[in-house]
Design a protein around this ligand. Structure first.
Ligand SMILES: [Zn+2]
Ligand SMILES: [Zn+2]
Length: 373
């Protein structure tokens, strides 16, 4: 578990480091791992870890307790505080306000990133197993060619926001019982971009982007399954006024096979055979993704017997060359309706084995049918 790591190691400082060194290390890491800033998937977890470590090591008394007894000495307080902390703090500004009196503002005016898009793509069972390429077409916001994405009328350019001086955020100071509180919020004038447009481009009305249809070839790797998503970075919407593009997520939906079931890389087929076939043996046809295949059922096969066709399953998505198996489960079907001849034969079979059976078990319906035959 990540939270079991040593607090000094998390902050990359020595046990002898001064308070100032710990604070410096924390600031650097908090900036690096802030979920609003870092694109790493583990960012939120690392951010939480860094906060937890700093909470303890920045408090002389708790640091001493930790030095002597480790995490156990801190009891529940240490972990509870750590876990509640990251969620309790919202934006980048908040955290620096809390610890450094708002001296650092993390966010500078910057263009907003474009939205991610989702495209739902349906493919067949066989395509999911073998892989395929699909052409997709979708509307997307792309950079406006008239203004090259700036949103400003050609010949003009955006100006620095006069309200925030280009920082993209504004500070307000409040007096509270605990002293001065500095609150940092996104600039309402430029909405955090730091620049404003005085004369908007006529094509895009100052947005810097226009809607267009885009065609793409999407490669579906063999082994993909229902619910998987393929991420195509930079194929989402571009951001307004020169902002970076989001991603396109292709959500894959797989049409079920009429007779095969899939569990990861394994395929399952339930083969129904009769009592006579189970006892005497037979050949059956098994559907596979490579076409029908003949399979032998040995005489005396029991219900529930599994026969495996090795390497006839689904390829591993990440291990090329390796493929699962096709599992055939034999289901022996006991007849529920018998004509007179079938009944006689089964009664003879029972007599041969000296088995006691119900001889007058024929249903009324069967009696009527036999009488009419
Ligand atoms: Zn434009
Ligand atoms: Zn502004």
């Amino acid at each position: 578990m990540a939270t079991e790591r040593d607090y000094y190691a998390i902050l990359g400082v020595q046990r002898t480091s001064s308070d100032a060194e710990i604070k410096r290390a924390y600031r650097k890491l908090a900036q690096q791992w802030h979920p609003d800033v870092s694109q790493e998937p583990a960012a939120a977890e690392r951010f939480k870890e860094v906060n937890e470590a700093y909470q303890v090591l920045s408090d002389p008394q708790r640091r001493q307790t930790y030095d002597m007894f480790g995490r156990a000495g801190l009891g529940d307080i240490g972990s509870d505080f750590g876990s509640g902390f990251a969620s309790g703090f919202g934006g980048f500004g908040d955290i620096f306000d809390a610890f450094f009196g708002g001296a650092t503002t993390g966010r500078r005016g910057r263009p907003l990133a474009g939205s991610d898009l989702r495209y739902d793509l349906r493919i067949t069972f066989e395509e999911a197993v073998k892989g395929t390429t699909k052409e997709i077409e979708f509307p997307v916001l792309v950079r406006c060619e008239t203004c090259a994405g700036s949103g400003a009328k050609p010949g003009t350019s955006p100006i620095t926001c006069p309200q925030c001086g280009g920082r993209g955020e504004v500070q307000s100071v409040r007096q509270t019982m605990l002293g001065q509180m500095i609150n940092v919020t996104t600039c309402p004038r430029c909405r955090g971009e730091g620049r404003i447009i005085e004369e908007p481009c006529e094509t895009c009305r100052g947005d810097g982007r226009v809607e267009k249809k885009r065609k793409l070839e999407v490669t579906i790797p063999p082994g993909i399954d229902e619910g998987h998503q393929i991420r195509l970075s930079n194929e989402g919407e571009v951001g307004p006024r020169g902002g970076p593009a989001g991603s396109l997520y292709v959500a894959v939906h797989v049409t079920p096979h009429p007779s095969l079931r899939r569990e990861g890389t394994e395929l399952i087929y339930d083969a129904d055979i009769s009592v006579a076939q189970a006892a005497l043996g037979t050949r059956i046809t098994v559907p596979t993704v490579d076409g029908d295949e003949e399979m032998e059922i040995k005489p005396g096969t029991q219900p529930g017997t599994e026969v495996r066709l090795r390497g006839r399953g689904v390829p591993h998505l990440r291990r090329s060359g390796s493929r699962g198996d096709l599992h055939v489960f034999v289901n022996v079907v006991v007849p529920t309706r018998l004509n007179r001849r079938q009944r006689e034969l089964l009664e003879e079979l029972a007599a041969e084995g000296k088995e006691s059976v119900s001889t007058n078990g024929s249903s009324i319906r069967e009696k009527i049918r036999d009488a009419l035959a």
